[in-house]
Design a protein around this ligand. Structure first.
Ligand code: AVJ
Length: 320
C-alpha cells in the first residue's frame, strides 16, 4: 500500500471539494487494474502512444545525444521504454537507463523486462532508483554528474497534475536535472467529449473498480474498519465529468449516504455528507497551445513533436 503522503491525504479530505492524492490508486490491485484498463477497447491512450513510439522510434532518438542517460519517471514495468532503448542501441551500440519509481517490485520487473526485451542492454547500465520523481532525479544526477539526461515521462501522467502543479513540477525537474537535460513528454490530446467519457467510464466497469479501489485504500489507511468500508462502498457511485472549459476528465465518487472517519486515535473527524462528491483523479487533455505554454512558463521549449489527432509526444529542451 503506498501510504505515500498521509498529510497529503488529510489535507485533500479537508479541502473542498474533497480530493485524494492519486498515489492511492496504485497499490498492487490498483496497478493490476490499470494494466487491465490499458487493454480496454474504450481506453485509447495506451495504444495511441504505443503506435507513435513504434512508428517514430529512430526519429525520436535522433534527438537524444550520444552518451545520454535515459531516465524514466514512474517506469512501472517499462513496457514501452524498450522501444526507444533498442533504437538507441541500434545507433550507438549501448545505452544507459535509470528507472525511477516508488514501487520496488515494479523496478525489479522493469529491469527483468528490459533485459529480455532489449538486446545489447547490460545489467550494469541499468540503475533502479526507488523514490519520488524529483528526489529520484537528484539521485540520478549524482550518479551521472556530467551526462545528458533524457527524462522520459510516458503515459500522459502529466495529465494528473493541474496547470500550476505541472508548471511547478517542470521547474523542479529543471533544477534537479540541470541544463544538460531534455524531457520526452507524452500527452493525451483534447478530443470529442463522448470518446473521452467512454475511455474513463468503460462498459466493463474496470475504471470504476480502479477508482473505488483507490478510495478504499485511502480510507483504510486512515484506520476505517474494513467491514464498515465494505458496507459504505455499496453506497458509492462512480461519475465521470468531461469539462471542456478546463480541458480535463474528472473522476468523482458520490456518497449516497454520509460517512464519518476518525483519522488516527484522536484525529478530528472527517465528515462526508450524504450526496457529497469526492474528486479522485484528474486527467487533463492538452491542445498544442497548452503544451507550448506549459513548456515556456517552466523554462523549456518544444524542440520536436510527433502527433496524431489523438495523441502527442514531444521533446522539450531547456531554454538557454
Ligand atoms: C496513468 C494517469 C495516464 O489519466 O489516463 C486511466 C490513469 N485513470 N483510467 C489516465 C487512468 C483512469 C491514466 N494515467
Amino acid at each position: 500500500m503506498p501510504t505515500i503522503c498521509p498529510q497529503g491525504l488529510l489535507a485533500g479530505l479537508r479541502g473542498s471539494p474533497k480530493t485524494v492524492p492519486c498515489s492511492y490508486l496504485y497499490d498492487k490491485k490498483g496497478s493490476e487494474l490499470y494494466e487491465q484498463i490499458t487493454e480496454l477497447e474504450e481506453y485509447y491512450p495506451f495504444r495511441a502512444e504505443q503506435a507513435i513510439l513504434e512508428k517514430n522510434a529512430d526519429d525520436i532518438v535522433s534527438h537524444v545525444p550520444k552518451g545520454s542517460v535515459i531516465v524514466e519517471l514512474g517506469c512501472g514495468t517499462a513496457r514501452k521504454t524498450g522501444l526507444l532503448l533498442s533504437a538507441l542501441i541500434k545507433r550507438d551500440g549501448a545505452s544507459k537507463f535509470a528507472g525511477i519509481d516508488v514501487s520496488a517490485s515494479f523496478l525489479e520487473e522493469a529491469k527483468t523486462n528490459l533485459m529480455s526485451l532489449v538486446t545489447g542492454l547490460k545489467a550494469e547500465d541499468i540503475d533502479l532508483v526507488e523514490a519520488e520523481y524529483i528526489t529520484g532525479l537528484q539521485k540520478v544526477r549524482q550518479l551521472h554528474p556530467t551526462e545528458n539526461l533524457c527524462i522520459m515521462w510516458l503515459g500522459s501522467s502529466v495529465g494528473n497534475l493541474t496547470n500550476d502543479g505541472a508548471a511547478q513540477f517542470f521547474k523542479d525537474m529543471l533544477v534537479a536535472a540541470g541544463q544538460k537535460s531534455q524531457v520526452f513528454l507524452c500527452t493525451d490530446l483534447w478530443k470529442d467529449k463522448k470518446v473521452l467519457h467512454a475511455a474513463y467510464h468503460d462498459s466493463r466497469g474496470v475504471t470504476e473498480e480502479f477508482i473505488l479501489n483507490g478510495l478504499r485504500n485511502a480510507l483504510l489507511s486512515l484506520g476505517l474498519a474494513p467491514e464498515r468500508l465494505d458496507a459504505a462502498m455499496k453506497n458509492w457511485v462512480y461519475e465521470v465529468v468531461v469539462s471542456a472549459k478546463m480541458r480535463r476528465v474528472e473522476m468523482w465518487v458520490q456518497f449516497k449516504e454520509g460517512l464519518e472517519v476518525f483519522p488516527g486515535k484522536n484525529g478530528e473527524a472527517i465528515r462526508i455528507a450524504p450526496g457529497e462528491r469526492l474528486l479522485m483523479e484528474l486527467s487533463r487533455k492538452f491542445t498544442v497551445g497548452d503544451i507550448n505554454r506549459l513548456a515556456s512558463v517552466s523554462g523549456y521549449y518544444v524542440q520536436a513533436a510527433w502527433r496524431t489527432r489523438q495523441y502527442g509526444v514531444q521533446m522539450l529542451l531547456p531554454m538557454q
